[in-house]
Design a protein around this ligand. Structure first.
Ligand SMILES: [Zn+2]
Length: 866
């Protein structure tokens, strides 16, 4: 799955609290399903469905009752057949456990049995289970089962290790079609007037959460790659936006077939954009579903960022077809085997197919963000307990995706690409159509490489947090090194001592790397001679580095000449972390940033600007202080922006992004009058005709214009949102409404967000954006509190947590107490971890301002008066 996208800060760091009794909600495991025949008839107008199901099971011991999962299902009849004997079963329901228990009078012997079930259910509006997705024209019936909602569509053994095969058939309106995991095997009229029944080919063995059932009038573009039929589908009005996805999917399929050495396991692959969809995308086996904005774009008008994002989500979900679908984690505690792997893997085809996107550098930028997340006290280990649906839902976080992906990057970099690939192949081949654990993965890597991958991975996967490695001055080919757990907050330095076993790769004079494994017992490492001392070659190691002042000064003096872009990102990230930890000052950081101001790489500049933005928003507190930062930004980046010619179709992706970044910082934080007026001009042109403006600059201009915008611009954007047929443009327009800082317009935007004009999938994102912007935060929070009933009515399972998490932008003790009190009195589903993290971030800001405020004011006095 891919989480819905909002600014990175909102995807909160989640910590797993001690939970209810272990296994309280797990099925006993004495009854295992082998095969399901599932015939469903959805009624799209009535929002209900009926189902007839046979589950072929094997009992490991005799029983008079069988428990399975079920929620919001109405049972009509249940019979159990075994040994030629058929018995009617009584059904008892446990709503809390989301289980049904079938009880029969005579004992069912061990061995095979068949459960025949007739039932009805509801097509809900909650974007989970079997649910309704709506357009102005009609209803669609679609599914989202991960992690625990297949049980809302059909009674099932709804845990990932209960793999079975499926024969699915759907009886639907004659004019409609349907998509499921397998190709359509037959299409017959009836039963009943105006209906037809689509029977799908049998599936391979798979987990319940990967079943997909999609009903409506979808239209598709198609292609073929390596003998696999590929389609990208959408509602009929958006079929023109499906071709980009087909091209990406074809290339990615071929890349993965080659990389994994195991061909894509099914005959067809469909990618379907759905009008209502809570997550970003979902990797159902052979039938991947997407939020429309993450699949349907017009390559002629889309920004570089949108193209990258769509390609990245396609590559992520397709990686799951092997990692997740073919081989599945045994239980949700190892969700990282799915998500970390798909996140790591998705960068590979993109890097190969689009070298101009500089994927290896954006990966290091993301790694840096994850290190910050993991340096908070409420982080969690990659592998962590999760038993209830609420706990499982909260596992889909920056640790399962980001940190797990980074750990794989660290290990791959140490082993070498080809050795690591062989280990991946061995793991997949050993567990295909089955389930696996963390030990299975690192066991395979250890066996293929003959290196201590098991020790390295266990130390990174089983314990929370990250190490900081403090290096001495290298001499005689050696350097002393000490490791300890790193926290951003200097007030948290205690806790049980932690140690890691991890590869440390030094940069060599030949600009390659020399890797050694640092174990808990090591106090020094060998270093390559005659080179600039840099202890994280390629920036791919999962740790922070601290150097002696002399070493650090040497590094900064050669940062532009001797370090690769990914390594420069690493240096910037480590230095900002040292500021947060109060080991360096704002002035030290800005000196480094100044040394990098003319960097020609967009990802390096982005890394620098991350810290600059934090200084502008979270360190500077008064209008005068902010004016001081703004003057520095204009003086530093104005000349850089001035070097760019106007956008041209010949510009590289890097040039487009770099130009937009300078423009953005000058507008947002520099408040440069010329940029502000240009932004308005570009925004007007972009709204009138998206093709007339470079989309990458156009998008940035729109956001700056909206922050400073008036009612006329607000009205135009609202009209674009309500009338555009292009999800990218439509979604951008909606998000922009949440950016207006004018109080009256902000009020309009907030009321709009909770109105029926905005889909539930987007409402929480709108509120989250308003909470994240300095100029709108306070009023947005007041609005949310005083309109709580309306606000809460918009929340789906995961979206409430996004709003809770977005209160992290506050920066005072009073605001923290208020947030804490409000959510103690107004509980939001699956959000307790998001709340803890938000509180932690508010405390972090208060501390940063207190510790770095004096340094910052000292730095201001050294700046020329503007
Ligand atoms: Zn995923």
């Amino acid at each position: 799955m891919r989480a819905a996208f909002v600014a990175a800060a909102a995807l909160a760091c989640l910590f797993l609290a001690p939970s209810s009794p272990v296994d309280a909600q797990r099925l006993p495991g004495t009854v295992r399903p082998e095969h399901y025949t599932l015939a469903l008839t959805p009624y799209l107008k009535a929002a209900t469905f009926s189902g007839v199901e046979c589950i072929y099971v094997t009992l490991s011991e005799p029983a008079t009752s069988i428990a399975l999962n079920s929620a919001e299902i109405d049972f009509k009849s249940v019979t159990v057949t075994s040994g030629g004997k058929q018995q009617a079963a009584t059904v008892s329901l446990d709503k809390d456990k989301e289980q049904a228990t079938f009880t029969v009078p005579a004992e069912i012997p061990a061995g095979k049995a068949t459960l025949a079930i007739q039932f009805t259910g509801i097509l809900n509006n909650e974007l989970r289970g079997f649910y309704l997705s709506k357009t102005a024209r009609r209803n669609y019936a679609v599914t989202q089962f991960e992690p625990t909602d297949a049980r809302r569509a059909f009674p099932s053994f709804d845990e990932p290790a209960f793999k079975a095969t499926y024969d699915v058939s759907l009886t639907i309106d004659a004019a409609d079609t349907a998509i499921s995991n397998s190709p359509i095997a037959s299409d017959t009229p009836g039963p009943g007037d105006g209906k037809h029944t689509l029977k799908f080919a049998p599936t391979p063995k798979m987990s319940t959460y990967l079943v997909a059932l999609l009903v409506g009038d979808f239209k598709c573009s198609s292609g073929e790659q390596d003998g696999v039929a590929i389609r990208v589908c959408a509602t009929p009005d958006k079929v023109a936006l499906t071709t980009y996805g087909v091209d990406v999917a074809k290339d990615v399929l071929h890349y993965y077939n080659t990389y994994f050495g195991i061909p894509y396991p099914l005959k067809k692959l469909d990618l379907i954009g759905l009008p209502d969809f809570e997550a970003g995308a979902m990797e159902n086996f052979g039938a991947i579903t997407y939020r429309e904005t993450l699949l349907l774009i017009d390559p002629k008008t889309a920004s570089v960022g949108s193209k990258k994002q769509v390609a990245s989500v396609i590559a992520h979900e397709m990686a799951h077809q092997w990692f997740g679908d073919l081989v599945t984690m045994k239980w949700w505690d190892n969700l990282w085997l799915n998500e970390g792997f798909a996140t790591w893997m998705s960068n590979k085809p993109l890097a190969a197919l689009h070298p101009e996107w500089n994927m290896d550098q954006s990966v290091i930028g993301e790694l840096d963000g994850t290190l910050n997340l993991d340096a908070q006290p409420t982080t969690r280990a990659i592998r962590a307990k999760a038993n209830t649906p609420d706990e499982i839902n909260q596992m889909f976080d920056g640790i399962a995706y980001g940190k797990a992906s980074d750990v794989l990057l660290t290990v791959e970099n140490y082993l070498g690409e080809e050795t690591f690939r062989k280990g991946v192949h061995a793991y997949l081949a050993a567990h295909e159509y089955s389930n696996a654990t963390a030990e299975d993965f690192w066991g395979a890597q250890t066996a293929t490489s003959n290196k201590p991958v098991d020790k390295i991975m266990e130390s990174l996967v089983a314990q929370p947090g990250e190490p900081i490695l403090t290096f001495g001055a290298p001499s005689d080919g050696k350097v002393t090194v000490a490791q300890k757990r790193f926290f951003l907050s200097p007030s948290i330095q205690s806790g049980p001592a932690q140690n890691w076993t991890l590869p440390v790769c030094f940069k060599t004079a030949a600009k390659t790397q020399d890797c050694q494994v640092l174990t808990p017992a090591d106090t020094s490492l060998k270093v390559p001679a005659d080179s600039l001392f840099f202890a994280n070659a390629g920036g791919k190691g999962y740790y922070r580095s601290a150097y002696s002042p002399t070493q650090y000064a040497a590094l900064v003096s050669k940062v532009e000449t001797d370090l690769a872009p990914a390594e420069r990102i690493n240096v910037v990230g480590d230095e900002w972390a040292q500021v947060r930890a109060n080991k360096a000052t704002v002035g030290d950081f800005l000196a480094l940033v100044t040394a990098l101001k003319a960097d020609s790489n967009a990802d390096v500049v982005k890394a620098s600007l991350g810290g600059v933005n934090a200084i502008a928003e979270r360190v500077a507190a008064t209008p005068q202080e902010r004016a001081g930062v703004a003057a520095w930004i204009r003086a530093t980046y104005g000349p850089q922006y001035a070097k760019f010619s106007p956008p041209s179709p010949a510009d590289s992706a890097n040039t487009r992004e770099l130009r937009a970044q300078f423009f953005g910082v000058l507008g947002y934080y520099g408040k440069d009058p010329a940029v502000l007026s240009q932004a308005r001009e570009i925004a007007e042109k972009y709204i009138a005709d998206p093709a007339s403006v470079d989309a990458t600059l156009g998008q940035t201009a729109l956001f700056i214009a909206a922050r400073n915008g008036d009612a006329a611009l607000f009205g135009k954007l609202q009209k674009v949102f309500e009338t555009s047929n292009n999800p990218e443009i439509q979604e951008t327009a909606l998000r922009l409404l949440a950016e207006f800082e004018d109080p009256a317009l902000e009020q309009r935007a907030l009321e709009y967000a909770v109105s029926s004009k905005v889909r539930n999938q987007d409402a929480a994102i709108q509120l989250a954006i308003s909470l994240q912007i300095d100029g709108t935060r306070d009023r947005a929070w007041q609005f949310i509190k005083s309109n709580w009933d309306k606000v809460q009515a918009q929340f789906t399972t995961a979206m409430g947590g996004m709003v809770v998490g977005s209160t992290s932008g506050f920066c005072s003790d009073d605001a923290r107490d208020d947030v804490q009190k409000f959510f103690a009195e107004h509980k939001v589903q699956a959000s307790d971890i998001a709340l803890k993290h938000a509180i932690e971030r508010i405390d972090g800001c208060v501390e940063l301002r207190k510790l770095q405020g004096p340094n910052f004011r000292q730095w201001l006095t050294t700046q020329p008066k503007s």
